[in-house]
Design a protein around this ligand. Sequence first.
Ligand code: ATP
Ligand code: ATP
Ligand code: MG
Ligand code: MG
Length: 302
Amino acid sequence: MSLYTKKLISLRDWHRVLHIYAKEFSTSKAMAKSKYEYVRTFEFEDRCLQNCWIVVRLDGRSFHRFTSSHKFEKPNDKRALELMNRSAAAVMEEFRDVSLAYGQSDEYSFILRKNTDLYNRRQSKIMSAINSIFSASYVYYWNTFFEDKKLLYPPSFDARIVLYPTDQNLRDYLSWRQADTHINNLYNTAFWGLISMKGLSNNEAEKVLSGTVSSEKNEILFKECGTNYNNELPIYRKGTVLVRKLVNLPPSKSKKHVICPLHVDIIGDSFWEEYNEILNLKDLILNKDFKPDDIFYLVKRS
Ligand code: ATP
Ligand code: ATP
Ligand code: MG
Ligand code: MG
């Protein structure tokens, strides 16, 4: 037998060994499966379409009741809005692919980068994980914002997921939510103004406002309640947008990743020009305009 034939035989034997090993492995793996394993096949594929922006929106369940049970200040309890912001920042700390979040009242929208691979883009995983982190954080941070108020029962949130194929669709979505903030807040400010400053009943205030357009509500607020709507806090008028920034933090001056709450217009172009990395999927660059006196949440994990 030539050396060459010998080599061939030993190679063939080696393949046989491998084959047996593979067989044994798959048999033992098959044996590890229980007869119940087939139920997995009932699960369905729920991957978000590629190249689309993924938006998860949470909304407080029956917060009309929750806010009255906990005696929130009307029309806006600032502590509650800040608690919502803190909880949303916790979601952004956990998931780097959430590039922006927008919140108002009892709702928060989370925008995931359109190329995200989080949970293989599985809808149910993404939506449930975000809702769970947010809801748990809302309870966890409750006392930080409501020091003197006991949480009377567990708050909960519903969630939905929506895909937007174009940048314009995404911007229109966010514009829709911010326009909603304006409409609701103007109405609520006028409604509660008429009640607290003019002594009207809920029904009377509702009647005064019914059928009025924005400019009329502004006028009622100014004439009847002496309130200039434009002087209301931006957090009430604009809601909160959470963005990521890379900044130098004193005293170390080392670069830190932070999440900043802003109360600015996100309907016009200037926000999107300033934070152009969001739509362009670019990495953050050092933000030199950052003032450490502003509120921010430090992202600890790398
Ligand atoms: P659903 O379960 O259908 O969402 P809901 O009662 O939560 O019902 P929403 O339309 O979501 O209805 O309205 C939220 C309610 O919570 C409104 O009444 C709003 O005024 C109140 N609310 C939310 N945040 C605050 C806040 N920071 N201060 C005062 N009231 C608030
Ligand atoms: P994933 O986010 O993918 O679910 P995971 O770390 O949660 O990751 P699981 O497969 O869900 O992975 O496993 C849960 C882990 O938690 C296991 O390591 C399990 O041993 C541990 N665990 C769960 N409940 C208990 C418990 N009551 N006591 C001790 N360990 C537990
Ligand atoms: Mg709600
Ligand atoms: Mg709501």
